[in-house]
Design a protein around this ligand. Structure first.
Ligand SMILES: O=C(O)CCC(=O)C(=O)O
Length: 225
């Protein structure tokens, strides 16, 4: 992790963190999770609680080392979430993770792990570089339809961003990890592809011992790494 880049832009991409075999294994295992079995394909919250494979992913040494840099100390895991993002899934509205997590500034970061190639058409992340320096920004009620294939909190509110911040799409290769600062404004494109699912494993972390909001839906609990 290039910490200077992360601190300047609010995100950082590492390629080839997970091998093709690991990505494929995570995708295969996701077919046994409740959301897939039900046939709805909403993002499955906390798969590490039911399958040790995802716990191992949360503990991936390279990711933990980068997160330790990002949060400036020893991290614990807080959340895993498996995104299927099948064709037709609506994008995640623009938000700051700390709107949900309420961690002390600098103590929380996410690792968004691409398990397949991700381009704009199948749901690439959208980031507003530098926006993490604004602190927690106001939100407005989101308009538009909800999507049962998306996280129920994905499109309730959207962050109001000062207009000088410009969004960019973040296309990444399978096995890449995008590290996201707790205050970076980000969201994702809808999956408008015909047949390209966009499987992503989102792992989040906090510096050990710091306060956070467990959340009614996520029910976050610290996990030793
Ligand atoms: O993968 C996505 O669509 C966005 C997920 C995200 O930004 C989040 O859960 O904080």
């Amino acid at each position: 992790m290039d910490l200077d880049y992360f601190n300047e832009h609010g995100y950082f991409i590492e390629e080839n963190v997970f091998s093709t075999a690991e990505c494929d294994e995570f995708i295969e295992a996701s077919k046994k999770l409740e959301s897939y079995v039900k046939g709805i394909h909403y993002p499955q919250m906390m798969p590490h609680r039911t399958d040790a494979l995802y716990l191992k992913a949360l503990r991936k040494p390279q990711v933990v080392a980068s997160i330790a840099q990002a949060v400036g100390g020893t991290p614990v895991g807080l959340q895993t979430e498996f995104f299927y993002c099948k064709p037709g899934t609506k994008g995640f509205g623009r938000h700051q993770d700390n709107f949900f997590v309420e961690a002390p500034i600098g103590a929380f970061a996410s690792a968004w792990c691409a398990l397949t190639d991700v381009a704009v058409e199948n749901g690439a992340l959208i980031v507003w570089p530098g926006s993490h320096k604004e602190g927690l920004l106001p939100v407005q009620k989101a308009t538009g339809q909800k999507d049962e294939k998306q996280d129920p909190n994905a499109n309730n509110e959207e962050t109001v961003i000062p207009s000088h911040y410009k969004p960019i799409n973040v296309a990444v290769k399978k096995g890449s990890v995008v590290y996201i600062h707790a205050l970076l404004v980000h969201g994702s494109n809808s999956n408008t592809s015909k047949d390209k699912w966009r499987q992503v494993l989102l792992n989040t972390y906090i510096r050990k011992g710091e306060k956070f909001r467990p959340g009614n839906y996520a029910k976050r609990e610290p996990v030793e790494l």
